[in-house]
Design a protein around this ligand. Structure first.
Ligand SMILES: Cc1cc2nc3c(=O)[nH]c(=O)nc-3n(C[C@H](O)[C@H](O)[C@H](O)COP(=O)(O)OP(=O)(O)OC[C@H]3O[C@@H](n4cnc5c(N)ncnc54)[C@H](O)[C@@H]3O)c2cc1C
Length: 810
């Protein structure tokens, strides 16, 4: 009995010390003191005491003397790791090592430091950037008529192209010293977001030269000569760039491209030089048909050993003027009625000098690494901005439409079914903007977050899909009938493009977010992998030992913390935030520990096969994503000084995220092949069961109500989109109608009461108004306001129609 009590005390101590992540030396000292206490108070037999002290001494020596530990344990483990660990291809390794770890690393740690997140500077635009948004961007938006662009011109109007070039839209990321605008990532994102709310075609046209392409690659890897020549020309719009990676045989698996460059001698500008003879076939290339300079990815070979001993030199990037002999370019694809320039191109025996390689000869074979590194930042800006713009526009316009449009004599937004869709739209817009700004802010602070960029690309484009589907349902026929007044139709059509480009979403969720994240963000896995492949034996053993034992301590700690935080509801976790949000910080800490524990055990049990089990790793990706998105929501609320009117959106987003995390964990355990282990993990993560629920109906009502009437919260939610005050334009017309319709609601009630009391007869609203004037229920001014609201509503619910021969036109 006494021994059992002592054992229990030891277990409790181990649990507590694990939760606190105590260093090994402290562990050893405390364990020694407990055994001494047992020895002193319980007077054990000599044999018992000897056994306990010997075990303790062995453990203490092995754990605290690295030299001994390495020889006895780490050496053997390292050997077996080398046998079982799958070999990584060069492209996989470069993708894994690209970019930096940011808040994702904290979420992977099981103990995120919330203060660190809240202390990162509040993302903000400079005065110049704001002036650009209210000046040239506003002007460009006014110049764009998306119906004319997509239906009639099948291109941007010539004056819009010229304006884009003249005002430096193509050079937002190019520093001012080269003549560019030198904008922050947040400004770049804000420009794309605003234009996207006017025309997807224009937004894509502007975003591509500022995304992964020649300018970005030159800035980071170009030679001085290349930078000095190309960057000013790109900034002034004298060159139109495109970047060609994808081909018919190489889509998601772009590293498998068959496009070849062969190092050889050839004639260039009348001289014989060593250069590269290129053959390629690319497709889907945005701006390709009008590009003057083509960034090209190809595999380089040196069969005559003109550059050195190696024959296959690897993926290489070059900048090539598109008027070179042998290049075929200019035909167009038709991507879902979006008319941004996009098409295939081919090169047949195109001979280029070596110094057209981006970064020159020293960058031969480094193309994949360069692309992965730059994708890490670029992916976090363009598509998240475009998606957020769509969600904000839907929140503002569909919310207003739901208040203006009446059926069954009631604004449709008051029906619970519609309200449910509106709450998803509004809360998603809040969350998306929070993630967009937080991520752009991180890039501006110098992060190049590979995993986070995959999270925001995937999650925000998926949320846009959900939001626009919901908005379509709410708007019914007015979303469906295409024409100059339809705001939703073209966005709806374009969604699959955002889903597919910059890493197709299924692949991004199943392979990149967790597959890459587990290795990149985990505090020890990448170190273990480096040690395993290190050929310097002494260094490998030392590094592996440190990482391996760190990893064991980390896993034990997360197991202990998961159970403790599950049992205590994480109530004792130190967390920042207001009384309204503190519990969310605590609960996210709890799930961070459960996630870290689950990810570690999954890697241990499934090893390399976890990579092929995409359904399992996809669920882990979802958990990491929701942890990130909820963090962004909380940071935004704090950054904006906790406006109480936004609380319904904050609550909705956090509860939704916590519920999704819980369900993804539960589904992960349900499908984990090692059944007893799955049961144990479930118990550790949910010792008191699963009690997180979806946002309640009442909360959904509060969230939806925010977009049904003008308010500061609605303006904050939809800030940064293009809005016209012109009632001839759809946004102007809808906002104007909402401003008219909401104030006459009390008059509407007055008329309905009068009908109930029999003072006037039932009829259409116009008939009721006529009777109300005669009966003296409304005065002349009230009647006038009511009539004008009815006219404004009528204008909003109209849809476009066309002459019968419209589709027969030339
Ligand atoms: C409009 C448009 C513009 C584009 N612009 C450019 C450009 O400017 N430059 C450029 O180089 N490229 C561009 N692309 C190419 C784009 O990046 C590719 O389309 C994308 O990489 C996907 O390739 P794919 O379309 O051939 O699809 P596939 O690679 O054939 O993929 C089909 C499906 O399989 C899934 N999948 C593939 N592998 C896996 C896996 N291992 N695990 C799980 N799922 C997987 C994908 O997620 C996808 O759902 C553009 C494409 C489009 C449509």
């Amino acid at each position: 009995m006494e021994i059992a009590a002592w054992l229990l005390l030891i277990l409790a101590l181990i649990w507590t010390l694990s939760c606190l992540r105590t260093p090994i030396i402290v562990w050893t000292t405390i364990l020694g003191l407990v055994i001494a206490g047992w020895h002193y108070y319980s007077l054990p037999s000599v044999a018992g005491a000897a056994l306990a002290w010997s075990l303790f001494a062995l453990l203490a020596l092995v754990l605290n003397l690295p030299l001994l530990r390495r020889q006895l344990i780490s050496k053997r483990v390292l050997r077996s790791f080398r046998r079982i660990m799958p070999r990584m291809s060069q492209t996989e390794r470069e993708a894994l090592e690209a970019g930096t770890v940011w808040w994702d690393g904290e979420l992977f740690s099981g103990r995120p430091d919330w203060r660190r997140l809240l202390q990162t500077p509040i993302p903000a635009l400079s005065p110049d950037e704001q002036a650009f948004l209210y000046g040239p961007v506003e002007t460009l938006c006014r110049m764009l008529n998306d119906w004319q662009i997509t239906e009639e011109l099948h291109d941007l109007p010539a004056e819009a192209w010229q304006f884009i070039k003249d005002e430096g839209f193509f050079g937002m990321i190019i520093p001012q010293e080269y003549g560019g605008l030198g904008f922050s990532a947040l400004a770049h994102s804000s420009v794309v977001m605003k234009i996207a709310t006017r025309s997807t075609t224009a937004a894509v046209t502007v975003m591509v030269p500022n995304s992964l392409g020649p300018a970005e690659l030159l800035l980071n890897y170009g030679t001085d000569e290349q930078k000095n020549y190309y960057l000013p020309r790109l900034a002034r719009g004298e060159e139109v760039p495109c970047f060609a990676l994808t081909g018919p045989e190489a889509g998601s698996d772009a590293g498998a491209m068959p496009d070849r460059g062969v190092v050889c001698r050839g004639q260039f500008q009348g001289k014989e030089i060593i250069g590269i003879r290129l053959n390629w076939e690319k497709r889907y290339i945005t701006l390709g048909p009008v590009a003057t300079v083509l960034g090209l990815a190809f595999k380089l070979y040196d069969p005559e050993h003109l550059l050195g001993n190696e024959e296959a030199l690897g993926i290489t990037l070059a900048l090539i003027p598109t008027d070179m002999p042998g290049i075929e370019i200019g035909t167009r694809h038709a991507p879902l009625n979006m008319v941004f320039q996009n098409g295939p191109n081919w090169g047949r025996d195109v001979f280029i000098p070596l110094d057209w390689i981006i970064g020159g000869a020293p960058r031969v074979g480094q193309g994949w690494r360069m692309l992965m590194e730059r994708l890490a930042a670029g992916r976090s800006i363009s598509l998240p901005a475009l998606s957020t713009g769509a969600a904000k526009m839907a929140s503002r316009m569909t919310g207003a439409y739901a208040r203006i449009r009446k059926q069954f004599k009631v604004p449709i937004g008051k029906f619970e079914g519609v309200e449910e869709a509106l709450s998803r739209i509004a809360a998603s817009a809040y969350m998306m903007d929070a993630a967009r700004t937080m991520t752009a802010g991180a890039v501006d602070q110098g992060a190049n977050p590979a995993v986070v960029s995959a999270i925001v690309k995937y999650q925000l484009t998926e949320r846009m899909r959900q939001v626009i589907n919901d908005a379509m349902d709410v708007q019914g026929g007015s979303g469906i009938c295409m024409g100059p007044h339809n705001l939703l139709g073209r966005v709806y059509q374009a969604i699959p493009i955002s889903i597919t480009v910059e890493g197709a979403n299924i692949l991004t969720r199943s392979l990149i977010i967790f597959g890459q994240g587990a290795v990149r963000c985990h505090p020890f896995v990448l170190k273990e992998m480096h040690a395993v492949s290190d050929t310097d034996e002494r260094r490998a053993l030392k590094d592996f030992d440190r990482a391996f034992f760190g990893h064991i301590g980390f896993t034990i700690s997360n197991i202990a913390r998961s159970l403790w935080l599950g049992l205590s509801g994480a109530r004792l976790v130190r967390a920042p935030g207001s009384p309204h949000t503190r519990r969310y910080f605590q609960q996210l800490s709890r799930f961070s520990a459960a996630f870290a524990m689950t990810a570690d055990i999954a890697m241990l049990v499934l090893g390399g096969s976890l990579k092929r089990r995409e359904k399992l790793s996809g669920r882990l990706a979802d958990i990491l994503s929701q942890l990130y998105l909820a963090s962004a929501v909380l940071k935004r609320f704090e950054d904006q000084r906790c406006p109480m009117e936004d609380l319904p959106l904050v609550h909705w987003c956090c509860r939704h995220a916590l519920f999704l995390i819980q369900e993804s964990l539960a589904e992960f355990y349900r499908n984990l092949p090692a059944r007893p282990l799955a049961g144990l993990l479930r118990l550790l993560a949910f010792p008191l069961g699963r009690h997180f629920r979806l946002p309640s109906d009442a909360l959904g009502h509060e969230a939806a109500t925010l977009v049904l009437a003008p308010s500061a919260a609605r303006d904050r939610l939809t800030a940064g989109i293009y809005l016209s005050r012109d009632e001839g334009e759809t946004t102007g017309r809808i906002d104007h109608a909402l401003e008219q319709v909401v104030p006459v609601a009390p008059l509407e009630r007055k008329l309905q009461d009068a009908v109930r009391q029999g003072r006037i007869q039932p009829g259409s609203e116009e008939q009721l108004l006529d009777q109300a004037v005669d009966a003296g229920i409304l005065d002349a001014q009230q009647t006038e306001r009511y009539r004008s609201a009815l006219a404004a509503r009528r204008a909003v619910i109209q849809v476009d129609d066309f002459p019968a021969d419209y589709w027969n036109r030339e």
